[in-house]
Design a protein around this ligand. Structure first.
Ligand code: GUN
Length: 287
């Protein structure tokens, strides 16, 4: 079997066109653009690129993106003050603070300070709690993007065996909740899972988010399975690879996401979707 590729880039472009239409409708109704505000502390090179990409992607669909840069040595109190000011600003519909933060700042305090109604990352405990109890809130962008990608394959999640490798708050845990809500039977694996290859081999759907280059091999994959590779790892020759060994996995999987061009483009797309969801909900509340 040679797997079909799930083209995240094409799907993201298609969804962003829809987001642009929604953003235009929002501008017409409310006489201003929806606003996405991103706070970046320090100069971490990857974070600088990610946040610029978020700002640019927002502008392209007609969302007013604004990046707020603070110095590496900003105090936690000053950062919390900035978050408070953005919470209070009615032109701010979506707000996120880029992670990781410098060691002297407690990320939990910062995430907890973001207004849940503007928390477009879906990281606030109010939003994670709503997700885990099956109630509407804002949902983390990467798992939301993955649900769109899975839908492309036609896989019926009802009763399907879904295995997630990686239990992070950003991907693994919310992914488990979204799949459970679609009636999959979910196994959430991590570094202490016994005989991980055997658990993976049982999966109709395998989502891998561990941050280890090419860890999952082809013979860990059930023939015909859908494989979602969340990893982006740079090899020494600068080549970008996922957490799955794509070449051997393609021989077993039915569908697989490429790296790059799979999950990555979907994450920012879902951030834009979340911004419009947050904007509309907030204004309906205020009307
Ligand atoms: N750092 C890496 N990914 C993310 C993300 O999705 N949101 C935030 N706030 N920081 C990140």
């Amino acid at each position: 079997m040679v797997a079909r590729l799930i083209d995240g880039k094409a799907l993201a472009a298609q969804l962003r066109a829809g987001v642009a239409e929604d953003a235009a409708r929002f501008r017409e109704r409310h006489h201003r653009a929806a606003g996405l505000h991103v706070v970046l502390v320090g100069e971490d090179p990857a974070s600088v690129i990610y946040t610029r990409n978020k700002e640019k992607a927002a502008a392209k669909v007609g969302i007013a993106g604004q990046l707020h840069r603070l110095p590496e040595d900003v105090s936690e109190a000053a950062l919390l003050e900035q978050v408070g000011a953005l919470n209070a600003d009615d032109a701010v519909d979506g707000l996120l603070v880029q992670l990781p933060l410098p060691d002297h700042i407690d990320p939990n305090r910062v995430v907890d300070a973001i207004s849940p109604s503007k928390d477009v990352d879906g990281f606030h405990p109010m939003n994670t709690g709503l997700l885990s109890t099956g109630r509407p809130g804002l949902v983390a962008c990467t798992p939301r993007g993955i649900m769109h990608l899975i839908a492309q394959t036609g896989l019926d999640l009802k009763g399907a065996r879904a295995v997630i490798v990686g239990r992070s708050n950003i991907v693994g845990k919310p992914m488990a909740q979204l799949l459970l809500a679609q009636h999959a039977t979910v196994t959430l694996c991590h570094s202490r899972t016994r005989d991980l290859p055997a658990v993976c081999r049982d999966a109709d759907l395998l989502v891998v988010a561990v941050g280890q280059a090419q860890m999952v091999k082809g013979d860990w994959i059930k023939p015909g399975a859908v494989v979602i590779d969340v990893g982006t790892n740079r090899l020494e020759g600068r080549k970008l690879v996922g957490d799955v060994d794509t070449e051997s996995a393609k021989e077993h999987a039915g569908w697989i996401t490429p790296v790059p061009g799979g999950v990555g483009p979907m994450t920012i797309t879902c951030l834009l979707e979340n911004t419009l969801i947050a904007a509309r909900r907030r204004l309906a509340d205020l009307d």
